[in-house]
Structures are given as C-alpha cells and as structure tokens.
Design a protein around this ligand. Structure first.
Ligand code: PMP
Length: 443
C-alpha cells in the first residue's frame, strides 16, 4: 500500500532530509517536530495567502493551522504587510529609543482589553509570561505560583512543567506533583510551583485556604487551549477571581491564544472577568513577533518606578509595533468579529452535526475562532480526563483523512483548529464536505 501522505509530499521529504543535516530534528520549534505528530516529516511551506497554504509539492490546503494562532487575519494580510514594509523602508527597525507609534499601540490595547490599564511590549509569549510572574512576585512579596496541568505558558525554567505529564507518575488527581516537560531544568524551581487540575473550584479554594499566604499568583489560560480546547465550567473563572481577591493572590490570564481571537477584548471580555495581569502574543501582531503584558496600574507601576526591569534589545521594534498597530486597526473594523464568529460558528455547528450522527463517540468543543474535536464518550474537563478518555489513534486518522482532502490543521489532538477573518463560508462548506467523507470512514 502506498502511503498517500508520502506520495503527495516527496519534496517535503527531501527537504526534511537536508534540514536534518544541520538543524536538530530538522525544524526550529517542537510543535513542528516528528514527535509532535508531523511524521515521518512535516510539510515544507511554499507560501500562504488568506485562508490557503501551499506546500513545496504544490498541494494547497484550507489552513486551520494558521501558524498556531497568529494569522488571525489570514496569511499576508495586505494592511499589515503594507504597514511593515512602509515602516522599514521609510523609518528603520531598531533604535533603542522610543517611537510615537508605541504609545499609539498601547492606547489601542488599553482601549480593547477592559482590565489592562497599562501595558509593556515583549517579543514572545514565553517572555511576556516571565514578566507577568515576576511582576506578581514583586508585587505580593510571595514566591509560589499556581498553574494547571495541561496548560502551556512558554518554555522558561519556571513554567516548563506539567504540560502533558504521564499521569502514572504525576501524583494524585487533586494535587499533582510538578513534572518537568523535559531535562535541563535546574532542580528546585518546582518548589515555587503548585500544580492543580483545571476546572475544579473546590480544590482551588482548599489550596488557597491552606497556602494562600505563600502564593503570588494563579496563572491560567481562560480557555484551555493547550490540551485541545476545553471551556471553563460555568462559574469556575468567577470563583477563581473571587478566591484570588480574598487571598491577595494576583490572577494572571495567559491570553496568548485567546487574546484578540475570542474578541478584541479577549476571553476576559467575553466571560466578564477582570484579571490583575494579562499576557498577549499571537493574535496581537498579525503574524509578526510581538507580545504584551498588561494589567492594573498599581502592579504595572513597579515597572514605571524601575523596581521591576523589563528590557529587551528588540522589544517594541519598528516591525512589531507597525504590525500590531495595523493588525489591531484591521480587527477593530466594524463587523470583523461578527463575521469571524459567524464563519467559526458555521464550522463548529457543521462539524458538531457530523459528529453527532457519527458511529464513533466524538464532540466538538470551541469558542470564537477556535475549536477542537474530542474523540471521547465522556466530556473532557481537564488534562487527566483527556488522557483517560480521548482516543488519540482515531484523531490521527481524522487528521490524515482531512489532510488528504486538502484541509490542514495540527496533527496533535491537544492542539486546536484556528479560523481567520480570511476564511469564507465556502471554505467552511468545503471543510464540512471533507469531514463528512472522513467521518463516515472512521468507525
Ligand atoms: N502561553 C500560551 C497559552 C501559549 O499557547 C503559548 C504558545 N503556544 C505561549 C504562552 C508561549 O508563546 P510563545 O510561543 O510566543 O513563546
């Protein structure tokens, strides 16, 4: 039997062999590696345009991978490209001095996100999370951070823990032990981490009652996007907000994926929760590397007074700021999110209908321009549910079938499908036709 993936992607296979000579693993990020699902080799990209991506073998896909989130305006959004090209041609890139454009961008972010009174830029989500946790520790004078099993907050020493641990070795369900995501982390940093299961307010209340005085912050994705897509249980984020306030613990929303995707105000505007600090990246820059950490003035004031240093040769570089200014202007155009929501809902409802009548148990979870399919007969509320109930093998066959029919998303069951403003109702129709065909063969 000839593997259709191999026969359609021979140029990618050849390039992967060459890349592996000098690039360890052949790729420049773990999420593109063979062991993350792109086996036996990832697709090598020729170009993207709007909702489409074309690989080096000339296959064109409807793209729901979307760079893992940043391409909320689709590939090559003209307004963003123009703004960046214009900036670098007429003005430059890096000055180690401020530009007027930074204040303009900060004002847009503050206007868009209800809880953000002041904001500093960074380059990546990893970096912005690092700033947020440092600010929280400086503000409270406490060291410990609560984070949740199954989430990802970047690869810093302090955060690269318990994303997808083997649950056989990760301790009790109610009080997991910190598990490093890999070797190379200094021993001891985990003493400042408390790992909890997500979506359980009772456990959170209990831990805060006993250890609250030592805890600087809780960091959470407002929607779990790093173990597929899992919505917060009704009242969970509200409980988290109330409990953190009671114990003087800062609440940090990691909106790296949800920010500017679930709406201009992110997940927090959608759920009506005001975190103390928020982190943004992906959607903010329309495909260019820029991130931000912002929040209450009282906390951000530590930066204003020079107590907490936030530095970086490339922070707020001309490209990043021009891209983010242009991207936010595009996103703020009247009707943008309404249409994005309509297209996304059409895809989610269409897929839900297909899986509802499928011969295998599966359901779609999603919100805004974001979704994932769970192949499970049990609702998934946190990471251990996913490990115990989600069928990764069927997911793989679903992914292969969709890819063979020209629909691209990440091969990992714990990733998401992303929708952009460039996706059309016709794209959704074509996707649903492919899904119908694939699902009928999955049983
Ligand atoms: N936080 C979350 C929720 C993320 O999903 C990611 C990346 N996928 C990060 C932080 C890290 O962002 P970056 O890759 O830009 O460092």
């Amino acid at each position: 039997v000839i593997d259709p993936y191999l026969s359609r992607t021979s140029s990618s296979a050849a390039l992967f062999d060459i890349a592996c000579e000098h690039i360890p693993g052949g790729v420049n990020s773990t999420a593109r590696a063979t062991w993350s699902g792109w086996s036996p080799h990832p697709l090598f990209v020729e170009q993207g345009r709007g909702s489409r991506l074309t690989d080096v073998d000339g296959n064109t896909y409807i793209d729901y991978l979307l760079g893992l989130g940043p391409m909320i305006l689709g590939h090559r959004p003209p307004a963003v490209t123009r703004a960046v090209v214009d900036f670098i041609e007429r003005r430059g890139t890096v000055f180690a001095l401020p530009t007027a454009d930074e204040a303009v961008l900060a004002a847009k972010i503050v206007a868009a996100v209800p809880s953000v009174e002041q904001v500093r830029l960074a380059n990546t989500g990893t970096e912005a999370v690092l700033y947020a946790t440092r600010l929280a520790r400086a503000f409270t004078g406490r060291s410990k951070i609560i984070r949740f099993e199954g989430m990802y907050h970047g690869f810093s020493d302090g955060m690269y823990w318990s994303k997808h641990p083997s649950i056989a070795t990760a301790g009790p369900d109610a009080r997991p032990v910190p598990v490093p995501q890999g070797p190379g982390l200094p021993s001891g940093v985990e003493r400042n981490l408390i790992i909890l299961p997500w979506n359980d307010a009772d456990i959170l209340a209990d831990v805060l009652a006993r250890e609250g005085d030592d805890i600087a912050a809780i960091i959470t994705e407002p929607v779990m996007c790093n173990t597929g897509c899992i919505l917060p249980q009704p009242g969970y984020l509200e409980a988290m907000r109330a409990l953190t306030e009671k114990h003087g613990v800062l609440l940090i929303f990691d909106e790296v994926i949800t920010g500017f995707r679930l709406g201009l105000g992110g997940a927090q505007a959608r759920f009506g929760i005001r975190p103390d600090l928020s982190v943004f990246a992906k959607g903010l820059g329309g495909g260019f590397p820029v991130a931000a950490v912002g929040g209450r003035r009282a906390v951000m004031d530590l930066v204003a007074r020079g107590k907490v240093s936030m530095a970086g040769t490339y922070t707020a570089n001309g490209i990043a700021v021009a891209a983010a200014n242009a991207a936010l202007d595009e996103l703020a155009r009247p009707g943008t999110y309404e249409r994005l929501e309509a297209v996304s809902t059409c895809l989610r409802d269409g897929l839900s209908a297909i899986f509802a009548k499928a011969a295998i148990p599966a359901y779609v979870e999603g919100i805004g321009a974001l979704l994932q399919v769970w192949f499970s007969d049990t609702p998934i509320r946190n990471y251990r549910d996913a490990e115990r109930h989600a069928d990764q093998d069927i997911f793989r066959r679903w992914w292969e079938g969709m890819l063979a029919r020209g629909v691209l998303f990440h091969p990992g069951a714990y990733e998401n499908l992303f929708i952009s403003t460039a996706h059309s109702f016709e794209d959704v129709e074509a996707t649903l036709a492919a899904a119908n065909d694939v699902v009928s063969r999955l049983a």
